[in-house]
Design a protein around this ligand. Structure first.
Ligand SMILES: NC(=O)c1ccc[n+]([C@@H]2O[C@H](COP(=O)([O-])OP(=O)(O)OC[C@H]3O[C@@H](n4cnc5c(N)ncnc54)[C@H](O)[C@@H]3O)[C@@H](O)[C@H]2O)c1
Length: 197
């Protein structure tokens, strides 16, 4: 019996980086995975985002582990795309047990060096995007998240973090998330994907 046998994990920012590692870890522990990623370059930041090819290779990797993996190309800032992916996941795999709300960006700049567009992109993705994804789930299962015990959504926000003078926008997003979590009807559950120990 694996730790997440038969459970469903919805992972954003799943094409590469931490999100991909989490998706593979959940699949390795028996979960079915819904992998959501923008899968294309963004105007900001300029570094490489995930790709459609990475989503396809993730699906193959999860399937090799015996897991079903649905893939979705979409931006967490696009409420309609997020809602459609969550609804499709629930229709095909059943209720989501783990929401690994990880899609995010991290760019560097002192406060006075950042452009308004850079600040807006960071806040839109790292703060509003996390809320958009959580909202899509909670809308479908408002009561389930009030339940105690072992079930109910486990919410993990990968974008938390970022410190130092070159992360003013990242820190603002992370601070906003902490306040958002306190007021959110979603219980804070396991804080990390399955791993050794
Ligand atoms: N890696 C670290 O040490 C670390 C530490 C603290 C916080 N974080 C934060 O965690 C998050 C993930 O980190 P990472 O190192 O895996 O980053 P990464 O850049 O390697 O991967 C991020 C993934 O999210 C996707 N993504 C980005 N914007 C998106 C959007 N708008 N909609 C949908 N998908 C989107 C990308 O395509 C990519 O696949 C980032 O916000 C990062 O700042 C990372």
């Amino acid at each position: 019996m694996k730790r997440f046998d038969g459970r469903v994990a919805f992972v954003t920012g799943a094409a590469h980086g931490q999100g991909r590692a989490a998706a593979v870890a959940f699949a390795g522990e028996g979960a079915h995975v819904a992998a959501f990623d923008v899968a294309r370059p963004l105007a900001y930041p300029g570094y490489t985002m995930g790709s459609a090819g990475e989503l396809a290779s993730l699906r193959a990797e999860c399937e090799a582990l015996g897991s079903t993996c649905l893939t979705f190309e979409g931006d967490v800032r696009d409420g309609a795309a997020v809602a459609a992916a969550v609804e499709d996941t629930v229709a095909r795999l059943g209720a989501v047990d783990v929401l690994f709300n990880n899609a995010g960006i991290c760019a560097y700049g002192l406060a006075h060096e950042l452009t308004e567009a850079a600040w807006d992109a960071m806040i839109d993705i790292n703060l509003k995007g996390v809320w958009m994804v959580a909202r899509a789930y909670v809308k479908l299962f408002p009561r389930e998240n009030d339940l105690g015990g072992d079930r109910g959504l486990r919410l993990r926000q990968g974008v938390d973090g970022g410190s130092g003078p070159r992360h003013p926008d990242h820190r603002a997003g992370a601070g906003g998330l902490r306040h958002h979590r306190r007021g959110e009807g979603v219980r804070q559950g396991e804080d990390r994907p399955p791993g050794p120990g």
